[in-house]
Design a protein around this ligand. Structure first.
Ligand code: COI
Length: 345
């Protein structure tokens, strides 16, 4: 497939102005799955709208999952993925919960490699950003009564991205103590599409007040911190790294897992346990992790009208001895290369 045709959008593209907006790239990947495990041959087609029944289960009953991952341009021009098999496994867990068949790990990773290679001209130059990869698994077959769709679609699209937050290198969080992100027994631990829009209102309200994002508390007690709308949270107190446990309401983030592995490797004490909001308000350092946010320091946390400043100096996630952006773009990829999937190119 010829991906070398220069179009106007590509030629005029400004790599220095990348945010987290959608820039359509050249190709999407689509695979249909009928029944439990009848996988079609996945294929690439030009980026564009897809046809789907109005009674598809994803529209009517929210039978859908997404993943988020990135491909990076290395300084030598090659392209590298970050632990794509972990996204495949997480999609499989979610698919089991939502009664969907999901692509086996090797098929998932192969599809990711194919779509990245097809869109490779959109992988930003080193230091300018990355190619965000968005795999979707959805109940695309028509249903009326409640039940799993007879056919699912595994689709991947990509977009070059820069920073997730427009605010700069650190976050000012607003504590939401009325609306939880996830509830015990719910879908907080899987990347269900239905986990995201219910927090739009709380996040919009916080943004209108000038905050970067919302820090949600647990639904059961309202005392412990859980997650920010799109990322996991870490607290550093007395040189111990704390983060809420993945007990059903926390998304098991790939960056979260990687940070824990790196911290343990560096001989830090890491505790996955309930973290009372009070510990956050008295923390030495707070940071968030996620594919989109990378590792971003938290500058302040505000509960009602009381603002607690966590970080007064330059944004650093100092336990790793490097500014946060450097950690994701360089530290993982170079010093921690053992964690990274094989080169694509
Ligand atoms: C990601 O980090 O990939 C996420 O899932 C966040 C998303 C809501 C953009």
């Amino acid at each position: 497939m010829d991906t070398r045709n220069n179009d106007e959008a590509y030629v005029n593209f400004n790599w220095d102005k990348l945010g987290f907006g959608l820039t359509p790239t050249d190709y999407i990947y689509i695979m249909k799955i009928s029944g439990k495990d009848n996988f079609s041959e996945g294929s690439l087609s030009r980026y564009g709208n897809i046809e789907i029944s109005p009674s598809a289960a994803i529209f009517n009953y929210g039978q859908g999952l997404f993943e988020g991952m990135k491909a990076y341009r290395r300084p030598d021009g090659g392209i590298q993925l970050f632990r794509p098999e972990l996204n495949a496994l997480r999609m499989k867990n979610g698919a089991d919960r939502l009664c969907m068949p999901s692509p086996p790990v090797d098929v998932f990773v192969d599809a990711v490699k194919k779509i990245v290679l097809a869109n490779q001209r959109w992988v930003p130059p080193p230091g300018k950003g990355s190619l965000y990869i968005r795999p979707l698994l959805m109940g695309s077959g028509a249903v009326l009564g409640i039940g799993p769709a007879p056919e699912c679609t595994f689709l991947i699209f990509t977009s070059p991205i820069g920073n997730w937050y427009k605010c700069g290198p650190s976050m000012n969080l607003y504590v939401e103590n009325e609306v939880p992100r996830a509830t015990p027994g719910g879908t907080g631990a899987i990347k269900s599409i239905t986990n995201y829009s219910p927090v739009f209102e709380a996040v919009n309200k916080a943004k209108a007040k000038g905050f970067t994002d919302v820090l949600f508390l647990d639904a059961a007690t309202g005392k412990n911190v859980e997650e920010v709308s799109s990322c996991n949270v870490f607290i550093v107190k007395d040189n111990v790294i704390l983060t809420p446990p993945t007990n059903g309401t926390i998304l098991p983030g790939v960056t979260r897992k990687s940070i824990i592995e790196i911290a343990l490797h560096l001989k830090y004490k890491v505790e996955e346990r309930d973290v009372p909001l009070m510990d956050v308000l008295t923390a030495d350092e707070v940071f968030c992790t996620g594919t989109a946010v990378g590792v971003t320091a938290v500058a302040s946390v505000t509960l009602h009208d009381k603002r607690t400043v966590i970080m007064v100096s330059e944004p650093r996630v100092s336990i790793f001895g490097a500014p946060s952006a450097v950690i994701v773009e360089g530290f993982f990829l170079i010093r921690w290369g053992f964690l990274v999937a094989g080169d694509l190119l």
